[in-house]
Design a protein around this ligand. Structure first.
Ligand code: VAH
Length: 317
């Protein structure tokens, strides 16, 4: 049975992934970790927790030795919008943290899963049905760390045999944990505002298409790829995965089917708009489908219905 360490476990993905992996591997076999001194009350208390700042390699190594870890899921990262405001921090955390994780994995014999992002592509990348193998010249610090991270993970596989795998996640939408400092966060904020105030001012402009995915599909992508037969993997770091591509007006129209009085307006944030425009409109995820059976279950309609139903309960509406 795998013994898994998750870094950044208190973030948007980590909060749900920890429970998802504990359901698969057992509570005691999945160690959550984050920079925060403790888990928020009522969260992730069904299994072990360690305080880890990923820029401190000895903290990672100590947790791996203590819990006899053989799989690291490395999520700790600074996202795109915060990364543009604090590029030094983004480089130090995203690259320094990943390098430390890979070095510990090399020395102590762990496999590593770490997500890349559609941010690993740039304005010179083919925008529609972006290929698995194509030009990657991102123009954000977050994107620079993601494409560099992909290459570093391949290097550790090719040179040292570390079993590294990853996916290029699109925007992730969840009703559990809020995203933190991303460009695609509008697609989460809109649901909260629609339910609470029946209106939302989007910071991303009309007609701006980005790939998106509902969190249940993202969690399954991680656990499925982690267990995939390595002999079938032609690619490793990192697979294009997507479930849908939409613009703000599309998600607004879908929400209006459930909340007819919902009104969408636009208050575009030039920084996040520029980031969004540098990313693909839609990905080609055929390599993931062929090599490890990627098959998302949620589209815009089914995600919207589930998000609104779950958020009504969460918000007591
Ligand atoms: C961000 N949610 O917006 C992240 C993600 C594809 C976007 O990497 O920065």
């Amino acid at each position: 049975m795998k013994k898994i360490l998750i870094t950044g476990a208190l973030g948007q993905i980590g909060t749900e992934l920890t429970l998802h992996l504990r359901n698969i591997y057992g509570d005691e076999n999945v160690v959550a970790s984050d920079i925060k001194p403790s888990v928020p009350e009522g969260e992730l208390e069904n299994g072990p927790y360690e305080v880890i700042d990923v820029v401190e390699a000895d903290q990672i190594a100590a947790a791996v030795k203590k819990h006899k870890i053989d799989q690291i899921v490395h999520l700790a990262a600074i996202l795109s919008a915060v990364g543009e405001a604090k590029p030094n921090l983004a480089w130090n955390v995203n690259m320094g943290g990943l390098f430390n994780v890979l070095e510990v994995a090399r020395e102590l014999g762990c496999a590593v899963f770490t997500p890349s992002s559609i941010a690993a592509f740039g304005p010179s990348t083919p925008k529609d049905k972006t290929p698995q193998d194509t030009l990657q010249r991102p123009t954000t610090m977050y994107g620079v760390t993601k494409v560099a991270g992909e290459i570093l993970c391949d290097y550790y596989y090719l040179k040292y045999g570390v079993d590294t795998r990853g996916v290029r996640f699109p925007g992730l939408i969840s009703y559990v944990a809020l995203p933190g400092g991303g460009t695609t966060d509008y697609a989460v904020d809109i649901f909260y505002e629609a339910l609470k105030h029946k209106r939302y001012a989007s910071f991303i402009a009309e007609g701006t298409y980005m790939d998106m995915m509902y969190m249940p599909d993202a969690l399954n992508a991680i656990s499925t790829l982690m267990e995939a037969n390595p002999d079938k993997l032609v690619h490793r770091n990192a697979f294009n995965v997507t479930a849908m591509s939409f613009a703000p007006e599309d998600i607004a129209a879908e929400i209006k089917k459930h909340i007819p009085e919902f009104e969408m307006t636009y208050d575009v944030d030039p920084v996040r708009q520029a980031i969004a425009e540098s990313w693909p409109n839609s990905l080609d995820d055929s390599a993931a489908r062929e090599e490890w059976g990627w098959n998302p279950q949620y589209d815009l309609a089914s995600m919207t219905a589930d998000m609104l139903e779950k958020l009504r309960v969460k918000l007591g509406l």
